[in-house]
Design a protein around this ligand. Structure first.
Ligand code: 5GP
Length: 212
């Protein structure tokens, strides 16, 4: 039975550990494909163009928008972030579960365009732990950390628009939760229309013929 992949949107406050989670998911399970976003923000130390993000100029980004090359895009803390369309559609067609690690405005745009998308919000175990993780990263100034914490307050208002929350306390448990949710989504009638239609047809044909 062939099935199209599921489009999975993962959001969460900056510092919730989404990046690490996603890398581990993709490394350990081959049903997932991770979409690489485009951004106008500067690379952090250790980030590689084409791996964490495609780092582009504002002009390049706007060109991509103009040619309808983005599934969605949003402004976040003064920069553009967006999801290039081609890779995502190709991987879904290949049956991969495609993960978009994006913020909340983008998540809502995706849900509008792809109502079957699965929206998950990664929560830190506590607000204090979120602050600790952001500081521990050591790559951001105090000003940027404050901006991101303020943004977290805004984003927390939208958590109830997601389908599921997952708590990133230990990495392994969180990955287990995400896998369980994706497994369940594969078993909804909406994601199995072809299989259900085949069984319906077979049942009717069987009844028309001789039942042995
Ligand atoms: P960061 O600068 O920490 O890598 O990412 C900042 C925020 O942008 C995160 O919440 C991240 O999920 C979000 N983000 C990353 N890529 C995209 C994208 O393609 N579209 C949208 N809407 N948000 C994104």
């Amino acid at each position: 039975m062939s099935q199209k992949g599921i489009l999975i949107v993962i959001s969460g406050f900056s510092g919730a550990g989404k990046g690490t989670l996603m890398k581990k998911l993709v490394a350990e399970y081959d049903n997932y494909a991770l979409s690489i976003s485009m951004t106008t923000r500067q690379p952090r130390e250790g980030e590689v163009n084409g791996r964490e993000y495609f780092f582009v100029t504002k002009e390049e980004f706007e060109e991509r928008i103009a040619e309808d090359g983005m599934i969605e895009y949003a402004g976040y803390c003064g920069n553009y972030y967006g999801t290039p369309r081609a890779y995502v559609e190709q991987q879904l067609e290949n049956g991969k579960d495609v993960i978009l690690e994006i913020e909340i405005q983008g998540a809502h745009k995706v849900k509008e365009k792809y109502p079957d998308a699965l929206l998950m919000f990664v929560m830190p175990p506590s607000a204090q732990e979120l602050y600790r993780r952001l500081k521990g990263r050591g790559t951001e100034t105090e000003e940027v950390i404050l901006k991101r914490m303020t943004r977290a307050v805004e984003e927390s208002e939208g958590i109830d628009t997601y389908d599921y929350i997952v708590v990133n306390d230990t990495l392994e448990d969180c990955i287990g939760q995400i896998n369980a949710i994706v497994d369940a989504a594969h078993n909804t009638p909406d994601n199995n229309e072809e299989f259900i239609d085949t069984i319906k047809k077979e049942l009717k044909e069987l009844l028309k013929g001789d039942l042995k």
